[in-house]
Design a protein around this ligand. Structure first.
Ligand SMILES: [Ca+2]
Ligand SMILES: [Ca+2]
Ligand SMILES: [Ca+2]
Ligand SMILES: [Ca+2]
Length: 369
């Protein structure tokens, strides 16, 4: 079986370079922005001095992407984003984390107008220390919500849910605590059918001795979160985090990029919001971004990382429990800073989309030999 998988040829679909000006890319998401049925590429990037910080490259459907169209943010640059339809007009909207020259980390929502682009940024940040965001319907009212993780500084709540009203406005609920959150994700961690929140948590229970945890905030179904379950881990300042059911036992697991060690950790979810053993998989050097998807279509989720230091993409094909993953390294021409998986050409398989630090986009397809 694995021989057959390995026989899948890795073919590079043409590389697109966008260069009206260099974009200092920090984040990427895929979504059908103009509603033509093709997945488009959205980049969050540095924007000084014009205060642009998010750009869209439309997928033309014939293995080509448009030049980027850029949009203003309320502060200098974009550092990360999510895509959802917040005002329920069937056009995808953006929520973008921003970083100002003064170190203020904020949050904008840009309402989409389909092929006509995006409107002016609306500031929705609950505080000036926004570290991470995720989107979901946390109170099951059919409206898309935003969960915001922040650094814990005096007076600020490290976790805030912005409950969507369905018209592009939000009402916020704060969760206070002496911890900081980064790298948020949403998924049902205890199998009750309700989406929960997972995050990288760090805190100083004793002054000067910072502890890191994978934190799970279980949701009662109304958007009310229980006190966080902390699974203490020896890894600090992970570059990225993703949820997947790696062993297909029906329980969501957590994958995180292990910094400084050139690897990905998969923490086995126990199905009750807690975790069991972990497995470690080697990647290329300097992994900074992680994507999850079934690349080889064997029913098991696979992992893809963008490796900034050695300018490669690592593909880890996970299979049945216990079998070591097959691993590919794919050299790129530049330093990748973000990676995503999506079906870019309407064929049966996923493509890897990699964004380089200057905005160069590489689309990698898997083709049968
Ligand atoms: Ca599209
Ligand atoms: Ca919309
Ligand atoms: Ca909601
Ligand atoms: Ca749940």
């Amino acid at each position: 079986m694995h021989t057959a998988l390995f026989a899948l040829a890795l073919a590079l679909v043409p590389t697109y370079t966008i260069s009206p000006r260099p974009l200092s890319v920090a984040g990427m998401q895929l979504g059908d922005i103009d509603g033509d049925g093709e997945l488009d590429v959205v980049l969050a990037h540095g924007g000084n001095p014009l205060m642009y910080g998010v750009s869209v490259l439309l997928n033309r459907g014939s293995s080509s992407l448009s030049q980027p169209r850029s949009y203003r943010l309320s502060d200098n640059g974009g550092t990360g984003l999510r895509i959802a339809d917040f005002n329920e007009d069937q056009h995808l909207d953006l929520v973008v984390m921003t970083l100002g020259a003064d170190g203020m980390r904020s949050l904008d929502v840009l309402l989409g107008h389909g092929e006509d682009g995006f409107g002016a940024p609306q500031l929705v940040a609950p505080n000036e220390k926004v570290n991470g965001i995720e989107v979901g319907d946390f109170n099951a009212d059919g409206h898309r919500d935003i969960v915001v993780g922040s650094s814990s500084v005096e007076g600020d709540a490290p976790l805030v849910i912005l409950f969507g009203r369905g018209d592009g406005t939000f009402t916020s609920v704060e969760y206070r605590g002496k911890y900081s959150l980064r790298n948020l994700a949403a998924g049902d961690m205890n199998g009750d059918g309700v989406v929960d929140i997972v995050a990288e948590m760090y805190e100083d229970p004793d002054e000067g001795a910072t502890e890191w945890s994978v934190a799970v905030f279980l949701n009662d179904g109304t958007g009310k979160l229980a006190a966080p379950l902390r699974h203490r881990v020896p890894w600090r300042y992970w570059k990225d985090l993703a949820l997947l059911d790696a062993n297909r036992d029906g329980h969501l697991d957590v994958a995180l990029i292990e910094p400084y060690e050139n690897g990905v950790i998969v923490l086995r979810g126990a199905g009750d919001g807690k975790f069991g053993e972990f497995t470690r998989h080697a990647t290329g050097r300097g992994a900074v971004s992680l994507a999850v998807g079934d690349v080889d279509r064997d029913g098991f989720s696979d992992l893809v990382t963008a490796n900034e230091e050695d300018k490669t993409i690592t593909v880890l094909l996970l299979g049945a429990s216990g079998s070591p993953p097959k691993r590919w390294e794919l050299p790129l021409g530049d330093r990748p800073v973000a990676v995503a998986l999506g079906n870019m050409d309407r064929d049966a398989g996923l493509e890897i989309v990699s964004a380089g630090e200057t905005g160069r986009i590489t689309v990698v397809g898997f083709r049968e030999p």
